[in-house]
Design a protein around this ligand. Structure first.
Ligand SMILES: C[S@@+](CC[C@H](N)C(=O)[O-])C[C@H]1O[C@@H](n2cnc3c(N)ncnc32)[C@H](O)[C@@H]1O
Length: 198
């Protein structure tokens, strides 16, 4: 039997999601922020059946494609949320509910006057810190080296995190955008951080 439709339609968009009720089995929650077409999300959910995965993206067309892939692969450990990423992390993820965040190839907003639209800002990091469990991790990748430097500086300045060796995806886990950038010969900046224990 194929998995049911996986795009979440919260009854309440103001309070934290009942994340435990979204999945059939209780398991650590891993969140792919800006999951795009879901190549990483699907591969990771298949190879890690003992974790639950939430993909967040604002583009419904992309989430519908992932939803079909989830049904074809009969995965019960993936759910999708069509919403703005910063709002989702700030308001919909409960405190200390996430074991791993993945933020792969966030929009770089290359023009200086648009930098304030970038996802990584102090307030986003505060929300990441609040929603991660103690010792939870965040893995980041971008082809935009100026953005990489900004993110790396923000993360190393944040006292709640320690830098750890960067997450390197397997071939199956490389994201759709990563494949494009690698095809263009772009350098990829990767970094990972772990929240302190209590
Ligand atoms: C460059 S793509 C990367 C997608 C995917 N992570 C990958 O590596 O293939 C950025 C994705 O983030 C989504 N996105 C950008 N800004 C967002 C925001 N503020 N809230 C939610 N999704 C956002 C876009 O719709 C797009 O799918």
């Amino acid at each position: 039997m194929s998995a049911p439709a996986t795009i979440i339609n919260p009854k309440n968009w103001l309070d934290p999601l009942p994340v435990g009720e979204l999945f059939p089995n209780p398991a650590p929650l891993e969140v792919d922020v800006g999951c795009g077409k879901g190549r990483f999300l699907i591969a990771r959910a298949k190879s890690h059946p003992k974790s639950n995965f939430l993909g967040i993206d604002r583009l419904l067309t992309r989430l519908r494609k992932i939803d079909k892939k989830i049904a074809r692969a009969d995965l019960s450990n993936v759910r999708l949320l069509r919403l703005e990423a910063d709002y989702s992390v700030h308001f919909l993820l409960p405190p200390e509910s996430v074991s791993v965040f993945y933020v792969f190839f966030p929009d770089p907003w290359p023009k200086r006057r648009h930098h304030r639209r970038r996802l990584f800002q102090d307030s986003f990091l505060e929300a990441i810190e609040e929603t991660l469990v103690p010792e939870g991790r965040i893995h980041i990748a971008t082809d935009h080296l100026n953005y990489y430097e900004q993110v790396h500086e923000l993360m190393t300045r944040a006292s709640a995190f320690n830098e750890i060796p960067p997450f390197v995806p397997t071939e199956e886990e490389q994201t759709d955008f990563e494949l494009i950038f690698l095809g263009q010969g772009s350098e990829i900046g990767r970094c990972s951080f772990q929240k302190h224990s209590r």
